[in-house]
Ligand binder design. Structure first.
Ligand SMILES: [Zn+2]
Length: 260
């Protein structure tokens, strides 16, 4: 079942999920860092205009809490391309919105500030994935693509557990009615995740749609957890692009690694 605001003693106030117990993972928030202004404080993204010095300090703090992990990132483009990460992965950031690996010691990290971060694991077969699902990526099928990429590495969909991280909630995700209708048209069943808003507007439940898509990809509904609040409602604890008025902000990282 969904469990919101499930904070524990994980380092740097990272939110974690019991569904991913046995992996090293966390949904980082914006607290505990050195960045200022729109990047305050725990921004780990080097490419959003934040200063090199505070970002390096944030990484120092992250690495001190999660020692021994290499970190793999992608240049997120709101698509459904999944990269397979392993030894030999260089530090580049190829375009894509998801990563999978079956190797330990590599943290797969995706960055968000309202979009939906998804962390997945087949813990028995030791295959993991991290996915970035904004509305475009959701329509593009990133959730199913991630499960397929895990299956190619030996995972069984019915054995995959998942955590859906802090993201903009239906309470705050107001979109044009045309977009809500596009979701309903392109994703069977997505119409149930929209409710009317002001004239010409609707509120979409992007986390709910991704949960449905994970179930449709073969995951056990009981193995899907939801972690953390709406990023816009909890803008003091999470970066939220909408909460910042649409300007560039820092980004929070959600990551998962196989324990050695
Ligand atoms: Zn909200």
């Amino acid at each position: 079942m969904a469990s919101f605001d499930q904070f524990t003693a994980a380092p740097l106030n990272a939110a974690i999920s019991s569904q991913l117990a046995g992996t090293v993972h966390g949904f980082m928030g914006r607290g505990g860092g050195a960045s200022a202004g729109a990047y305050a404080t725990f921004n780990l993204a080097r490419w959003v205009g934040d200063g090199a010095v505070p970002v390096a300090e944030n990484w120092r703090r992250w690495r001190a809490n999660y020692p021994g992990l290499a970190v793999a990132n992608v240049a997120q483009v709101h698509g459904a391309t999944i990269h397979r990460v392993g030894r030999g992965w260089n530090d580049g950031r190829p375009e894509g919105d998801g990563m999978v690996t079956a190797e330990s010691g590599i943290a797969l990290g995706v960055f968000t500030a309202d979009c939906v971060p998804l962390l997945l694991a087949d813990r028995a077969r030791r295959v993991i994935a991290a996915l970035h699902a904004g509305w475009r990526g959701t329509i593009a099928g990133i959730a199913a693509a991630g499960v397929r990429a895990m299956a190619e590495l030996g995972a069984k969909p019915e054995a995959i557990s998942a955590a859906i991280g802090p993201a903009i909630g239906q309470c705050c995700f107001e979109v044009d009615l045309e977009l809500a209708e596009r979701f309903a048209h392109e994703i069977d069943g997505a119409g149930a995740f929209a409710r009317p808003g002001r004239p010409g507007k609707a509120y979409l439940d992007l986390r709910g749609i991704n949960r449905m898509l994970l179930e449709r990809a073969g995951l056990d509904p009981e193995a899907i957890d939801e972690v953390g609040p709406c990023t816009r409602c909890a803008n003091d604890r999470y970066f939220s692009r909408r909460g910042a008025g649409g300007v560039t902000t820092g980004l929070q990282m959600s990551f998962i690694a196989l324990a050695t």
